[in-house]
Design a protein around this ligand. Structure first.
Ligand SMILES: [Cu+2]
Length: 414
């Protein structure tokens, strides 16, 4: 009976191992990467991306493209998210389908983490080199320590060609040229296989013996000591000594072969240059804001005061990367992703130019399926349902002004 139980236990153990290995190796293709499931308040009240430009929509393997634009670090950063004091400019893509050849904020190379200030606007650029063919959703992204990855708008980019032709050549500080894509790959495979095999040998040695149930019975009977024989001890010591010896010898060999190495560089860059934004001459006060669930529309009552010296009109409301525009005032010229662009999504009750010195209260409606598709409307179920975004005003000469808004949002279900 015990033997049978033991066989069952062994079989279950092996089955568990196979399952775990399979789970590790199984990676289904993901068509998106969760941008819509990131909490709406995270996308609306942390980093506001704008003026984005993906330099190409189709790029061949080994060719490069850039993503550039600006981001505003929202002044009303939520209390529940750590401030972007340690953050890293990144790109949200499904795995290494591109390599990041360089990234810049305010013209400065930023291969490391940076410290960003609330209320500042930064200009950025990321240079990507295509690696794996396919259609990929390429997002801007900022990793914030204590806040997680904060994802920005994504655009579909097609990579053509063949991955086998991808090269990533670099010249080391000692003057050697090598291809990082394949450099020393056989060594990596060898050591993975070697330690895996050693681990299997170790397991095989112990699995031969009675496993869980007989062992448990022996321990309960006070015969735990009898489970490990003299040979077992010798084998275990052999494994331990052998492992240490292999590590010591191979490490000595490696040090001899590569006498000059530098550690991976990490650190924090402070004093990143932000854009000097002129103080807006347009003041906006949100009187109230409601979200009409059946109409997929947000309605704001706002008082706009023009303290400048030219007449202005409201052209765009941008939140979480979704751009609601009044096409009579402003149009997109950057080929912005369709699903994030509501070209006629902004309606202003009276959008005639507001003269200098004039103040006007208007009803502004931002409506588009994106509220639901991008699950921004989920905001209304938050314990602190606030929204935030950027308003862009234009004068007759096309000069643009950016005003940030931040207010509570009240849902209506009728
Ligand atoms: Cu995506």
């Amino acid at each position: 009976m015990n033997i049978l139980k033991d066989k069952v236990a062994k079989l279950s153990f092996v089955a568990l191992l196979i399952t775990m290995t399979a789970a590790m190796l199984y990676t289904p293709t993901a068509s998106a990467h969760g941008e819509k499931s990131q909490a709406a308040f995270m996308r609306m009240r942390t980093i506001h991306w704008f003026d984005l430009n993906w330099s190409k929509e189709e790029v061949a393997v080994n060719d490069t493209m850039t993503i550039s634009g600006k981001f505003f670090v929202f002044s009303g950063w939520p209390e529940t998210v750590d401030k972007p004091e340690i953050s890293f400019l990144n790109i949200g893509i499904p795995g290494p389908v591109f390599i990041r050849a360089g990234s810049w904020i305010g013209g400065q190379l930023v291969p490391r983490s940076v410290s960003l200030e609330l209320g500042e606007t930064y200009e950025f650029k990321v240079l990507l080199k295509a690696r794996r063919p396919g259609d990929w959703h390429v997002h801007t992204m900022l990793n914030v320590k204590g806040g997680g990855p904060i994802i920005g708008p994504g655009k579909w980019v097609t990579v053509t060609g063949s991955m086998s032709s991808f090269v990533n050549p670099i010249t080391t500080l000692t003057g050697e040229t090598l291809d990082l894509e394949t450099y020393n790959l056989s060594n990596t495979y060898f050591w993975h296989a070697f330690w895996y095999a050693l681990g299997l040998l170790w397991m095989a040695y112990w699995i031969r013996k009675p496993l869980f149930v007989p062992r448990s019975i022996a321990v309960e009977a006070g015969k735990a000591d009898s489970l490990i024989t003299g040979t077992d001890r010798k084998v275990a010591m052999g494994f331990a000594a052998g492992t240490i010896a292999i590590i010591a010898i191979s490490m000595a060999n490696t040090n001899e072969k590569y006498p000059i190495t530098t550690p991976l560089q990490a650190g924090l860059l402070r004093g990143i240059k932000s854009i000097e934004m002129p103080a807006p001459t347009v003041a906006v006060k949100i009187e109230d804001a409601t979200y009409r669930v059946p109409g997929r529309a947000m309605q704001m009552t706002m008082t706009i005061t023009n303290n400048g010296d030219s007449s202005v009109r409201l052209g765009e409301f941008n939140t979480a990367g979704v751009r609601f525009m009044d096409s009579a005032v402003a149009q997109d010229e950057t080929n912005y992703p369709d699903d994030l662009l509501a070209e006629e999504g902004l309606t202003v009750s009276d959008n005639s130019p507001i003269a200098p010195g004039q103040s006007r209260t208007v009803q502004v409606t931002a409506s588009d399926a994106a509220w639901e598709v991008y699950r921004l409307a989920d905001l209304i179920y938050d314990p602190d349902s606030r929204f935030a975004g950027l308003l862009f005003f234009f004068d007759a000469a096309g000069n643009r002004q950016m005003v940030t808004i931040d207010a509570p949002l009240i849902p209506t279900f009728i």
